[in-house]
Structure formats: structure tokens, C-alpha cells
Design a protein around this ligand. Structure first.
Ligand SMILES: N[C@@H](CCC(=O)N[C@@H](CS)C(=O)NCC(=O)O)C(=O)O
Length: 218
């Protein structure tokens, strides 16, 4: 497969970078990674030229520049339909697109209350009450998917776009020891032991320092 470049930021804090990276790896796309510090003005200026949103992840591949994780998912699915990024069944595929869209566009309270931080574990973290409806909705999505398709992934036997999109959420639940149903807790363990997730977490652990001002932005 052709080499592509994925621009991303911190592996410890950037949930969107994680999603984009998982999608590329699920598709079997060989990538070189370019990590940028988003608070560096030179990086921002360069990113602006390539990705008008100045956001990461951004994929460049054979003349195409794709930013936004769902656009990356659709681009990869179009290129590599055999990779099974979405379920083969039309109705399951519609469901997969819907829950992926829902996590992509919502859950602002959860994001700000429980920022992704793969290096730490908090046993008694006070969860902001405003995030509770988000947590309940996520558990309902997971229960429906795991019940309908039999697990251990959201759409059955193989990870799909939906698992890439929800992986940072599962990691947040583990980081902050959020109390969950047994089925949700088992799904978090599935994500955490995913070989791709282990590879990403190993890289995150090797990142040199904690970046305080990012703690509440991701
Ligand atoms: N909806 C976008 C969100 C991307 C996003 O918010 N990325 C963050 C990094 S996790 C970013 O680039 N922020 C720019 C900044 O912090 O300056 C996507 O799906 O890719």
C-alpha cells in the first residue's frame, strides 16, 4: 500500500489524533507520522497552509489532504473497502455511521470533564455532574451495539470506525475510574488491550513531559 503522512499532536492528550491514527492503521495504510506541537506558532502557520482548520489529525496521501477524523474514515473506506472499516451489512453500516457521527459531534461536557490523559490513573476523580448524561448516553450506545452484534467490538468480531471513534472515551473511563455497567467495563478492557491501542499507549508513555495547558482542552 502507498505511504502516506499523518500529522498529529500529543499521543497522551490528543483524542482526535488517536482516532485518526487508529483509522489509518485499521485500513492497513502505511503511514509516516509527523508530530507537531500545536502551541508552536511556526507549526500553526505551516498547518494553516495545509489544513485550513489548523486542526489535527491531517492525512496527506497521493495529492489528497484530508482533515477531520470522519472525513479520514470516509476517505479510507472509499480507498480500501476490503479493509472492513464499516460493517458489510447495510443496516449495521448505517448504525455504525450514526454512532460515529454522534461521538464526533457531541459530548462536549464529557470532553471537558474527563480530558484524555493516558499516562495517569485517578481512583477518586470527581466527575462533573454535567457529564453524567453524556456517560449514560455512551453506555446506552455501547449496550445496544454489543447486544445487537454480539461484541467484543461494537459491531461484532472486528473493530470498525466506531471503535476507533469511541476508543478515547473508553480510555478516559479507565483513566478516571468511571463506574460502569459490566458490559461497558468489558468493552473498555477490549479497547485497552487492542494491539493498536497498546502501541499508541507505549508511544504516549515515552512522550517527554506533561503539558499542563492541554489538560482541559482535549
Ligand atoms: N472534529 C475534528 C476535531 C479535531 C481537533 O479538535 N483537533 C485538536 C487536537 S486533539 C486540534 O487540532 N486542536 C488545535 C489546537 O489545539 O490548536 C476532527 O474530527 O478531526
Amino acid at each position: 500500500m502507498t505511504l502516506a503522512k499523518l500529522t498529529l499532536s500529543s499521543k497522551n492528550y490528543s483524542s482526535w489524533s488517536l482516532r485518526g491514527w487508529l483509522l489509518c492503521r485499521l485500513a492497513g495504510l502505511q503511514i509516516t507520522e509527523r508530530r507537531v506541537a500545536l502551541d508552536d506558532p511556526e507549526n500553526r502557520a505551516e498547518l494553516l497552509l495545509l489544513s485550513p482548520s489548523v486542526l489535527v489529525p491531517r492525512l496527506t496521501h497521493e495529492g489528497a489532504s484530508v482533515w477531520d477524523t470522519l472525513a479520514i474514515a470516509e476517505y479510507l473506506h472509499e480507498l480500501y473497502p476490503q479493509a472492513g472499516l464499516y460493517p458489510a451489512d447495510r443496516i449495521a453500516r448505517a448504525h455504525c455511521r450514526s454512532v460515529s457521527g454522534e461521538i464526533h459531534s457531541g459530548f462536549a461536557n464529557l470532553r471537558s470533564a474527563l480530558p484524555m490523559n493516558l499516562k495517569v490513573r485517578h481512583d477518586k476523580f470527581p466527575v462533573f455532574p454535567g457529564a453524567k448524561p453524556d456517560i449514560e448516553r455512551i453506555e446506552a450506545i455501547w449496550a445496544e451495539c454489543l447486544g445487537n452484534y454480539g461484541g467484543p467490538w461494537l459491531f461484532g468480531q472486528k473493530p470498525t470506525v466506531a471503535d476507533a471513534m469511541f476508543a478515547p472515551v473508553a480510555e478516559r473511563f479507565l483513566t478516571y475510574a468511571v463506574s460502569l455497567s459490566p458490559a461497558s467495563a468489558a468493552y473498555c478492557r477490549t479497547i485497552n488491550s487492542w494491539n493498536l491501542m497498546r502501541e499508541w499507549i507505549d508511544d504516549a508513555r515515552r512522550e517527554p513531559d506533561e503539558v499542563e495547558e492541554l489538560d482541559y482542552e482535549f
